[in-house]
Design a protein around this ligand. Structure first.
Ligand code: DGJ
Length: 753
């Protein structure tokens, strides 16, 4: 059986006949057509339809605006085929495989026992709908019926998002090898007009310059690839995309398709648009050097790839994805269940003392931090082994007795007495060759026999896929957490992977790419969360190197960047807020940049960190009385507005730009529109021009709001007035204090009367 033109035409014909009939309105949830193998996945504002062709191929029939009736399908059917292109190439298969007459990007490539590298997956006749929002559809290989794939769809109805993954099962009596196992293919409908353009937004970056929004036109015939091959998601790009129609005079489209992969290892997303305007996006775990062997009766499940649709432009996409991520974080984590438990204001001494952590210094800092209103005190790198700089000690998870002569417990106890939680830094995937751990176990790292081991930041990567390695790491962490009443850990990771392999393993050595995450990083994080349900975990990888949505569903927060310079941070937060819920995205107030010539007021620094979880990273020991008092004031104000900040939707009213150093404005609004916090930043005023009115969004038009504005001091309200929601949205507010200013900022708190 082959997917050919006749089959597709037959499907169209059948669809016309069936769907022209009057059918009842489609409710949200997943519905099977009463007669045909067609499933409607209906969310609040979108519909996704899949169906089996007459020959059994599972194809996408619609993805976009919500359909009201089954007969609507006919109007949105994709039917672009060209005689010189084999239909499988353009068919909107839900799981396009390598092989056959498929010449566009595929999702799955397998090598069968006889050397064939081709599958022919057909609907196997079974599909299960669970609880109205989960659909599992079985596909079976047409040639070797013992090979099964189950496609998994899970709807987030309120956020118009579908979570996809699949499981492949080897029912043959021989092993098969997978060399590519992406998670999903997404098919966007034909762009609105043949001359019109689609644009893809992705997040580029570098260390200390993470999550920079890039947009590029999707040119026909050009494949756009974003990826990380570093073993972790990395700073260079993020597993995120958004594709929008470029509005034109005749089509003012605001439709956006967006998605993200939940995988904390190497990943790849590929988007391709044909000359006829159809776009396909595929993605999942990076396929370069990927390998997985399936022995008889074994199965392999891919990570999730979530995607959604909105007709509300990028603000819609920016609202839905973070809400979705937050929803699953809450589902998974005990620590996140209660939205009224807020992320703590933390202090971390890394930028203040780097590796010079001693009990004495940390206690001094803790005594200063507590009265400021700090709720979590974190000791960063340097507390263990022979760790006085980054060239030694990593891996030796034993408290350094010179620095902490009585151990950590007395420090933790004092921190607790001061009313703060106690946190500790780990980098559990790394090891310095100059460490007792490495001297004892040189074979616990990734290496190739006979080749010098490449070091970066003087370290190698532990192979956490080895049970003895992960158990050592888990044991040390769990012991320290239990012995010292640790409430929070920062899990850092500073070394991209190389020489990834398994030794003494009679399967595919490439499996290490997946095993080290699933059986290593995820295993330890999940086990710690199970053992210590109240433990908070922060994901950090030299700053924002690991903040994919997968890690956010397993941990509480991320360290967004090592760059704490506030003007840079705004750019980073602008990009990261496309997929991160605001409470997850931590920012510290520090003294960066350390260049004497650049003065950025403390107020500006605080206001930048007010966009997400708030931390202080300065050397508060050197703060003046005034600075301490001001900090305490801003922390007090933050605590008042954090229910909105941490649970609301972070939107941007004026976009920061790398080319313009003038202004950026964000607005975070509570879901019920009763409160909002607007944060305005003026970087410079080279033309002395006053700021224009800034129109707010998402408020209750008919309500009146009381508005309070703070700029330089938390103790003085600069302006206080009342305004209707309609006026705030249609006319806006004037941030007069930002006129003719440099590094000046404002906090505006709006409350419905
Ligand atoms: C990189 C992290 O991003 C920093 O915050 C700090 O923890 C250092 N590592 C410590 O080595």
């Amino acid at each position: 059986m082959n997917l050919n033109g006749t089959t597709i035409n037959r499907l169209l014909f059948r669809a016309e006949k069936v769907y022209r009939k009057e059918e009842p309105s489609l409710k949200t949830g997943i519905h099977k057509h009463p007669t045909f193998d067609t499933w409607f996945l209906v969310t609040q504002r979108s519909t996704y339809v899949i169906g089996a062709t007459a020959d059994g191929y599972l194809v996408n029939l619609h993805w976009g605006n919500r359909l009201e009736r089954l007969d609507d399908l006919n109007a949105t059917m994709q039917d672009v085929f060209f005689s010189q292109n084999p239909p499988p190439t353009y068919a909107t298969e839900e799981l396009p495989v390598f092989g056959g007459l498929r010449f566009r990007d595929n999702v799955l490539k397998a090598e069968l026992p006889d050397g064939t590298r081709e599958l022919n997956l057909l609907f196997a006749g079974n599909a299960n709908i669970t609880e109205g929002y989960i659909l599992d559809v079985d596909l079976r290989d047409g040639y070797r019926t013992e090979l099964l794939v189950t496609l998994h769809y899970e709807l987030d109805i309120e956020n118009d998002i579908i979570r996809r993954s699949y499981t492949i099962r080897n029912g043959l009596d021989k092993r098969i090898n997978l060399s590519k196992a992406f998670s999903a293919a997404w098919h966007l409908p034909t762009a609105l007009g043949s001359d019109e353009k689609r644009e893809i937004l992705t997040l580029a970056g570098e260390w200390a310059a993470e999550a920079m929004v890039e947009s590029t036109e999707l040119r026909p015939g050009v494949t756009h690839v974003v990826q990380s091959q570093r073993g972790f998601p990395s700073h260079v790009s993020y597993p995120y995309f958004a594709i929008r129609q470029v509005p034109s005079d005749v089509n003012p489209s605001t439709e956006v398709y967006f998605g993200a992969i939940g995988w904390s290892g190497s990943w790849e997303i590929t988007a391709h648009t044909s000359l006829f305007g159809t776009t396909r996006v595929v993605g999942g775990m990076h396929h370069q050097d990927f390998g997985w062997t399936l022995e008889p009766n074994e199965s392999f499940t891919t990570p999730i790839f979530v995607a959604g649709f909105t007709s509300e432009g990028m603000p819609g996409a920016r609202k839905l994805l973070p809400r979705h991520v937050r929803k699953y974080q809450q589902k998974n984590l005990e620590t996140q269940k209660d939205s009224n438990v807020f992320h703590p204001v933390l202090y971390n001494s890394w930028e203040a003392v780097t590796f010079n952590v001693t009990a004495e210094k940390q206690l001094e800092l803790a005594e200063i931090a507590a009265p400021l209103g700090i709720e979590l005190f974190v000791i960063d790198d340097g507390w263990f082994g022979d760790r006085n700089n980054d060239s030694a000690g990593l891996g030796d998870w034993y408290v350094n007795e010179e620095k902490f002569p009585n151990g950590l417990k007395p420090v933790a106890d004092r921190v607790h007495e001061l009313g703060m939680k106690f946190g500790l830094w780990f980098e559990s995937e790394g090891v310095n060759p100059n460490s007792d751990l490495y001297r004892e176990h040189p074979d616990w790292v990734f290496y190739y026999e006979g080749i010098p081991r490449y070091e970066a930041r003087s370290q190698l990567v532990l192979n956490l896929a080895l049970p003895e390695v992960r158990e050592y790491v888990y044991d040390r962490m769990a012991t320290l957490i239990a012995e010292n009443d640790i409430d929070y850990i920062k899990w850092d990771m500073n070394r991209p992977w190389g020489e990834v392999t398994m030794h003494d393993y009679d399967r595919n050595p490439r499996e290490a790419w997946v095993l080290s995450i699933r059986e290593g990083f995820y295993y330890i994080v999940d086990k710690l969360k199970a053992e210590f349900p109240k433990l908070w975990i922060e994901s950090c990888a030299s700053g924002g190197g690991r903040m994919d949505i997968g890690v956010v569903e397993k941990t509480d927060q991320v360290w967004t960047s090592d760059n704490t310079r506030p003007d840079a941070r705004i750019m980073i937060q602008y990009g990261a807020s496309l997929f991160l819920p605001p409470r997850v995205m931590y920012g510290w107030v520090t003294n960066s940049p350390w260049d004497e010539g650049i003065h950025i007021p403390l107020s500006f620094r605080f206001h930048v960190s007010f966009q997400g979880g708030l931390g202080i990273g300065s050397n508060i020991h050197e703060y003046t009385e005034d600075e301490l008092e001001e900090s305490a004031g801003w922390i007090e104000l933050y605590k008042k507005i954090r229910p909105v900040i941490q649970n609301g939707d972070l939107d941007w009213l004026v976009q920061p730009s790398r080319m313009s150093e003038l202004v950026a404005v964000s607005q975070t609004t509570s879901h019920d529109q009763s409160e909002a916090v607007v944060l305005g930043y003026r970087f410079n005023s080279p033309f002395s021009t006053p700021l224009n009115w800034i129109r707010l969004r998402n408020l209750d038009k008919s309500a009146r709001y009381s508005v309070k504005v703070w700029t330089s001091s938390p103790h003085d309200v600069d302006e206080e007035y009342e305004m209707s929601g309609a006026l705030l949205m249609h006319k806006g507010i004037l941030l007069t204090s930002l006129n003719n200013a440099q590094f000046k900022s404002a906090v505006v708190w709006l409350k419905r009367n």
